[in-house]
Design a protein around this ligand. Sequence first.
Ligand code: URA
Length: 204
Amino acid sequence: PARALAAMAAQEPDSLEALNAVIRASEPLVPGATQAVLGEGPVGAAIAFVGEQPGDQEDLQGRPFVGPAGRLLAGALREAGIDRDRAYLTNAVKHFKFEARGKRRLHRSPTAGEVAHYRWWLDRELAFVAPRLVVALGATAVLALTGRQVPITRARGPAAFDGRPYRGFVTVHPSYLLRLPDEAREEAYAGFVDDLRRAASLAA
Ligand code: URA
């Protein structure tokens, strides 16, 4: 099986399914993750969202955006009139990275090197899905899609991810909203929903 896997990995996958089989069979770059968390949603979705990396819940369930940040995103998508089931959701990095703190597993952000390692997969994944618009949620997604480290405050809004056949859009990561103090969160959340609405109109 090791040889079969190596042969599979050496070949250009010819479908999202084949690509996902390669990702699923790969070891995490940083050991510890339960499983690879693959993208979810229909091929041909008009709009795709790229997050950072799976969190604790995503790692255990094997699905993207099912933890607290995912719940916030789901609510915001609903408010923006975007049907989650018709959108494609994925992450720049496919494995959870964490620091053990007693029984808790605290999320650690991927390094630029880790993002670069996973980029090959993300590029192919999005090529198979072929959305009209890709929304980068936060700085890690921007780094994965552009190769550049840009502050979200500067990049926010419609963007061109050069050389890509889809339009780009940059907004904040839902975890950022969860970390804001209560008094700042409501306004920031409203701005996030506005961004999603604008993104949806660009993908239409
Ligand atoms: N945060 C992400 O960036 N992706 C997930 O899947 C969950 C939380």
